[in-house]
Every structure is written in C-alpha cells, then in structure tokens.
Design a protein around this ligand. Structure first.
Ligand code: ACO
Length: 325
C-alpha cells in the first residue's frame, strides 16, 4: 500500500510581532517590508517556550486528526535549526512529552527544507515495512537566533510548528515523488556560525554576534528563485505528472516574491497556492507543515487533491514532493 498523510496539525504562539512594532526597533518601515517580502506580522514564542513545546502542541493536533495515540508511533522526526539544545535531540524531548514510548526519535538538519527531507525519510521507512506510523514535525523558535538590531534579517523570521502523521493509505493516494538536493558550496550563505565544534562559544563569539543567524539575502534570493521552479518541475516529472495536474502548491514561505516567481514558472494562478507568509513570516522548517495544516483546516484540501510541496534553505538544500491527499 502507498504511504501518505493520515493527519496534520499546527501550533502558533499567540504573540504577534507586527511591522509597526519593528519600525520602533530598527530603521525600517511597513511599506518596505510588505513590498520586499510580503510579510505583515510574525508569531513569537514566550520566553518559557522552547522548540519542543511548539512541536508538542502541533503533534498533539496531528495525532488527533490521524486518530491514533502516541504509543502507536514507531518514529518521531523533528526537523529544526533551533533545537532545544545540541543534544539530546528535540525529537527525544517531544517523545517524552507525548508519552510515545514505542517510538524511535531523531532530529534532522536541513534548514528550511527539513520538513520535506523528514517526509522522504519517514515515508521510505514505512514503505520498507519497518514502521507503521511516523510523526514528522517541522518546528522552530527562530526568534532565539535572530538579531533584533539587524534590519536585514529581523523582519523575516517567526516561530511556529507543524506536524503530520504518516502511514499507509489506500491505492491512488499518498506520496508520488520526492526530489531532494544539496549544494554545500553555498554553505556560507545562510549559517549560524558559532557554538559548534568549528567555533565553540566564547566571549568573542558572543561579542561578534556569531550566535545569530547570518544570511546573504541577495544570493539566497537568486538561488531560491532558480531552485523552486526546477525542484518543482523535477518532482512533477518523477511523479509522471505535469503542471496542469497541480491542485495546490504549498511552497516554503520565505518571501512573496520568491513564491510569485515559482507560480510564474509553473504557470499557476495564485488561487492554486497556499500563502500565509503575510501572517507568519519565514518559519524555516515549520513553514511548509504549518501551511499544509492551515490549508487542510481551511477546507482547501480534499481527498484526491494533488499537492506539490517545494522548499529551499540553508545548506544549501532544496526539496519537492508530489502528494495525493
Ligand atoms: N528596511 C528598510 N530597508 C532595508 C531593510 C529593512 N528591513 N533591510 C534592508 N534594507 C535596505 C538594504 O540596506 C539595502 O540598502 P542599500 O541598497 O543602501 O544597501 C536596500 O534595502 C535593498 O536591499 P536588498 O538586499 O537589495 O533588498 P532585496 O530586495 O534583496 O530584499 C530580502 C532583501 C528581503 C532579504 C531578500 O533578499 C530575500 O528575501 N532574500 C531571501 C531570504 C530568504 O529566503 N532566506 C531564507 C532563509 S531560510 C533559513 O534557512 C533560516
């Protein structure tokens, strides 16, 4: 039997950080942010909330939607660039919170593409017969690695989590293709440089703000525009489908202009695209699962619909997947 999504869920912290508020923090303005990025507000976790707390909330909702209990899970994957700590993995912390005592658990690092990488891993393991049910979560508290004195980056990012439960689905449904890619040659374009074995935390790394996310926005933008279209086309081709077969595009929500360029390349009208970047900003690995869960909640996805998910991110990495709901 094919492997597909049995249920989805999302969680967004309540606190909204608006463009107007950012205007009081850095030299920027609402008009610049909206025209360059499409973002109007983002959600920010409370000081008490870490990534596993957001992940847990999304997971509870996905399990309820799938109609299975936590102890039925065989596997938990958390895709994130903002884990609670280096180790233990955030997935182990979520496993404990859920009481998913029969599940293996690990984190996956592929930045904004992490959720699609997670889906590919989990669905492959289920397809081999090794596991029956897997929970794949994309969760981030990017506010913790954002420098709120840097206008180039602080306007872009937000916190949130999305989750899906994967399992066997009837013939005709499920994942039809995955296209994953990486180019470590672009590893310096997007990075959190310090705190690892290359550059351990020290007074100097703190003074030089090297524990905040670094981004070369212009180069990432060019890469994103190129790769979103080509990854999407390759996933379609692997699925034996064409552009006309897409019922809903669920792109990584980094910037409205990047999404619009993907729509142009795929010759799709905006109605066939899930867009929520205006309300959440870029939530890295959480963006695609939150958009998917929101599309389901809004009734925009019905059984048999062909969904194309596509994302890009630090690494550099990219990924796309065709899924029949
Ligand atoms: N408000 C006002 N002006 C600003 C702001 C701001 N918030 N930020 C930058 N500017 C200024 C710049 O300083 C620059 O001024 P200059 O020409 O005098 O130097 C000017 O605006 C234009 O800057 P650009 O970088 O050319 O602006 P651009 O149109 O490229 O938009 C942006 C910048 C939004 C960052 C864009 O490059 C982008 O979206 N890049 C991709 C980002 C992305 O997707 N990142 C993914 C991260 S995912 C992950 O892995 C966590």
């Amino acid at each position: 039997m094919p492997v597909g999504v049995l249920g989805s869920g999302k969680y967004s912290p309540e606190r909204r950080l608006t463009n107007q508020e950012l205007e009081t923090m850095v030299e920027t303005n609402d008009e610049w942010i909206v025209t360059r990025t499409g973002i109007r507000e983002r959600r920010i976790a409370t000081p008490e909330q870490a990534t596993s707390d957001l992940a847990y909330e999304a997971a509870v909702r996905a399990l309820a939607a799938a109609g299975i209990t936590a102890d039925q899970l065989d596997l938990i994957i958390v895709s994130t660039v903002t884990p609670d700590m280096f180790f233990p993995s955030t997935a182990c912390i979520v496993q404990e919170k859920l009481g998913a005592k029969n599940a293996a658990a690990f984190d996956l690092s592929a930045a904004c593409t992490g959720f699609i990488y997670g889906l590919a891993n989990a669905s492959g393991l289920i397809a081999t017969g090794m596991y029956r049910y897997a929970l794949v979560i994309g969760a981030e508290t990017l506010s913790r690695i954002t420098d709120y004195t840097d206008r180039n980056t602080c306007i872009l990012f937000g916190d949130g989590a999305g989750a899906v439960v994967l399992g066997q689905v009837p013939e005709g449904r499920g994942f039809r293709s995955f296209k994953l890619g990486a180019d470590g040659g672009g590893s310096e374009l997007l990075a959190l440089r310090a705190g690892g074995s290359r550059l351990p935390a020290s007074e100097t790394t703190v003074a030089e703000k090297q524990h905040f996310l670094y981004m070369n926005g212009r180069d990432v933008f060019k890469f994103a525009v190129r790769i979103m279209g080509s990854a999407a086309e390759e996933a379609l081709e692997l699925a034996g489908m064409g552009k006309e077969d897409i019922d809903l595009l669920i792109p990584h929500q980094a910037n409205i202009r990047i999404i619009q360029s993907a729509l142009e390349r795929l010759e799709l009208p905006e109605e066939k695209c899930m867009i929520n970047v205006d309300r959440y900003g870029n939530m890295s690995a959480a963006s695609i699962p939150v958009a998917l869960a929101e599309a389901v909640e809004e009734g925009r996805v019905k059984e048999g619909d062909r969904l194309l998910m596509v994302g890009f991110g630090g690494g550099l990495t990219w990924g796309a997947s065709m899924l029949v709901w």
